[in-house]
Design a protein around this ligand. Structure first.
Ligand code: NAG
Ligand code: NAG
Length: 370
């Protein structure tokens, strides 16, 4: 125990000195479902990816129908994320309730990291009549039985709708997808809106095949670029943004300490019984049904020679305690799947669990309960 603590403190000390542990390696790309946009830095799937995997203001959610949701501040509401282009820093949004104009009426991006690239002004009118004669396209989702709502971006449209039976709702700046070469007489404003973000600036990194991420040191968080194709990224190009961190940094250290302790414990498991293994691997309160001693003993045992030749020469690490097999150690192989472990490690496991810890989801290997 004393040794364990000393090693942990030493590692922590090394970390403080070097401060080179990048959090990005623990962040995986995720998505709400197969056809939804991929989510990675600066975006983060809240409740699934840690805070350090994203940038403030870029939290995403998955809704009940597995659509990707971005919640904008200032009561702007929730938008579905239709697409994200990481190398151009563009995001396409729409309304989960299929009434984008409803959201556009209260859209206020001032407190969000996003802004439009091209804006087009639309003037909205609420008319007590439905015009069938002229080519006006009503906004169906804002209209009712006795009134119809129209949006126009052209002078002609405005002059057409400025009439006694129409009430002016207001003019809104819509973040459109293309620069507008011509004004539209009327639009139902159902097309996706296009937004961009200036910070964190990852265009250069992403367009070179790199991945942006957060690197946390004791007092700062900075944006780093990793895995750039070719000969690496010049050091000077690591554009850093200091966000400042206090409590989050401490939380990270506690996490790191737990991680280090976990690794040491798993290393020591080689010599100790692996009783806690089942509880860490299977967090759900499942009923443990293990194998009986004669069945376990019937599985082939091998004592490793000096040459350390294994049944499967490519895996020379015990998947349970994660340490390398040494000469004279006793190994046991599960006959069904040929997976190999330290005998001490796998025996303890099999007493609690009747399946192979490596491939227990594979029906070929699971022996079922005894
Ligand atoms: C947008 O929200 C900010 C507060 O964050 C407020 O000061 C501003 O007036 C709002 N803009 C509009 C157009 O409502
Ligand atoms: C349009 O006017 C009707 C009443 O004439 C009102 O009930 C409705 O809320 C208005 N719609 C909008 C979007 O202003």
């Amino acid at each position: 125990m004393e040794l364990q603590k000393t090693i942990a403190l030493f590692l922590l000390f090394c970390y403080l000195i070097s401060s080179t542990v990048a959090n990005t390696e623990f962040c995986f790309t995720s998505a709400c479902s197969k056809n939804e946009p991929l989510i990675r830095f600066p975006f983060r799937l809240r409740n699934f990816q840690s805070v350090d995997c994203g940038y403030p203001g870029f939290n995403l959610l998955c809704d009940a129908s597995n659509e990707t949701i971005l919640r904008l501040p200032n009561k702007s509401g929730e938008f579905t994320v239709q697409a994200i282009n990481y190398s151009t820093q563009e995001i396409w949004l729409n309304d989960p309730k299929d009434c984008l104009p409803q959201l556009l009426l209260k859209l206020n991006l001032s407190a969000s990291p996003f802004s439009g690239i091209y804006y087009q002004d639309y003037t909205l009118f609420n008319c007590s009549v439905f015009y069938t004669m002229i080519k006006l396209n009503p906004i169906a989702c804002l209209s009712g039985l006795n009134y119809t709502v129209y949006a126009t971006s052209s002078m002609r449209g405005v002059s057409l709708l400025e009439r006694p039976e129409c009430k002016l709702i207001g003019t809104i700046a819509v973040p459109v997808q293309w620069p507008f070469y011509e004004q539209v007489m009327s639009s139902d404003l159902s097309g996706d809106i296009l937004l961009t973000w200036a910070n964190p600036y990852c265009k250069m990194c992403e367009s070179r095949g790199g991945r942006c991420g957060l690197k946390r040191t004791m007092y700062t968080r900075e944006i780093i670029c990793e895995n750039v194709r070719g000969s690496g990224f010049p050091k000077g190009a690591q554009y850093a943004i200091i966000v400042g961190a206090g409590v989050p940094a401490m939380l990270f250290f506690v996490g790191l300490l737990c991680f280090v302790c976990g690794r040491i414990r798993s290393y020591r498991r080689r010599a100790e019984p692996v009783l806690e293994f089942s509880s860490t691997v299977a967090p759900q309160p499942i009923e443990l049904v293990g194998l009986d001693e004669p069945t376990i003993e019937s599985y082939p045992k091998t004592i490793l020679g000096e040459s350390r030749r294994l049944p499967k020469p490519d895996d020379n690490i015990c998947p349970i305690c994660l340490s390398e097999y040494q000469p004279k150690e006793t190994l046991r192989t599960i006959p069904e799947c040929q997976h190999c472990f330290h005998a001490d490690c796998i025996d303890e496991w099999l007493r609690l669990n009747a399946s192979c810890p490596v491939c227990r989801n594979s029906p070929k290997c699971v022996h079922g309960t005894v």
